[in-house]
Design a protein around this ligand. Sequence first.
Ligand SMILES: Cc1cc2nc3c(=O)[nH]c(=O)nc-3n(C[C@H](O)[C@H](O)[C@H](O)COP(=O)(O)OP(=O)(O)OC[C@H]3O[C@@H](n4cnc5c(N)ncnc54)[C@H](O)[C@@H]3O)c2cc1C
Length: 406
Amino acid sequence: MRYHQERYNSDVSDPKKEFPVTTSNLNPIPLQDEILILGGGVAGCAAAIALARKGRSVTLIEREPTPRHKVCGEFLSGEALEDLHALGIDVASLGAAPINFVRLAAARRAAEAPLPFPAASLTRKTLDTALIAEAIAAGVRVERGRSVQALRRTTSNVWQVTLDDGATCEATTVFLATGKHDVRGHARPEDPQRWVAFKMYFRLAHAQAAELAHASELMLYPGGYGGIQPVEGGIANLCWVVQQRYLARVGNRWENSLAKMQQDCPHLAIRLAGAEPLLAKPIAITHIPYGYIRRTTENGLYCIGDQAAVIPSFTGDGISIALHTARCAVAAYLAAEPAPLFQAKLRSALLAQMRLAEFAADGLNNSLARAVLPFCLRVWPGVMRVTARLTRVAQQGVVANHAVAT
Ligand SMILES: Cc1cc2nc3c(=O)[nH]c(=O)nc-3n(C[C@H](O)[C@H](O)[C@H](O)COP(=O)(O)OP(=O)(O)OC[C@H]3O[C@@H](n4cnc5c(N)ncnc54)[C@H](O)[C@@H]3O)c2cc1C
């Protein structure tokens, strides 16, 4: 079985939720003096909307012709909700499920605590569709179904983008927002742990769906962790990560990995009893350089979202970081702050929380910690709240620096 790329599976969401978004025609792109945004996910759309609202001429290039399911736990933290609201995205009207508490399960123990902030969950397909629609409404020229193959700087300080059909376009300012996918010439480092991530939707048995309502459950097992939570439409998202060497032990098969998780964490077996899988197979990705924070960049190239920083998934903070980095990059650009300075300041602002999240992730992978953690949380549930708060990326630093400029 190959896990080289995200895979597309049949849709589980309500087809009526497809937004009638239009794209501009696919003529050659005249891009001098425009801002080019590469990647139309969370970070790319957020930056595009903000720049267009400031009157800038923006072209966004997204390789997928229409939004699709992505490997993501789909948890929206309080910070993410605030940023989305500011962009004009009302997640409640899109059907987002409210999440009020977090439950941690390992071996045969489980503990829960209320979340110290409001949260929700929404499928990425719905969220990305709404973001693209908002970008188009803001006046962004959206080129969909076109993939960036290479990005290079020409001698005249202009960035040149080569698309999959061989067409090239140029701009003095580029926002790199291709998420998990690296563009040639701008690769992030290898992922030494060789993580593999899966996402699957289930319709849970009635009693289990009721148990899961308003909760985000984190499950620990050797070689990784997984999360399950309700999303819109009365279904549940199960997303899990496992190190490649552990996956190899179960024959590199996702079915075996899922079975082993349930064996190691009976809480999950209970949740999935009688559940109906809604995809033929999970979507999967590899190469997740957890803990990565981009050190530097070149003039005119602002790196945002997962291209700027990749926080361990259990924090459920990646979308929030994507929105935050987009907002900061836009503010830096509007304030004429050079991209290398922006990237360095962003790195310092994210570093402490990133290291803490990595430290916590290491703890989750430790067998002794796994054994005692739920017990400790039962006697001191405040730990869970404190951890949830500390592993959120503090956003004040960079924002404060740019608040005046925006
Ligand atoms: C297992 C797992 C679970 C997670 N769970 C959560 C969670 O519960 N909550 C949370 O907040 N975060 C979570 N995250 C993190 C979150 O998914 C990411 O941090 C977030 O999506 C980053 O946003 P982005 O805009 O950088 O990338 P994306 O949202 O992935 O968008 C990138 C876009 O670029 C496009 N693209 C890629 N390559 C090209 C190209 N060459 N040319 C043109 N377009 C291109 C893609 O099609 C895509 O639309 C999870 C991550 C993983 C791996």
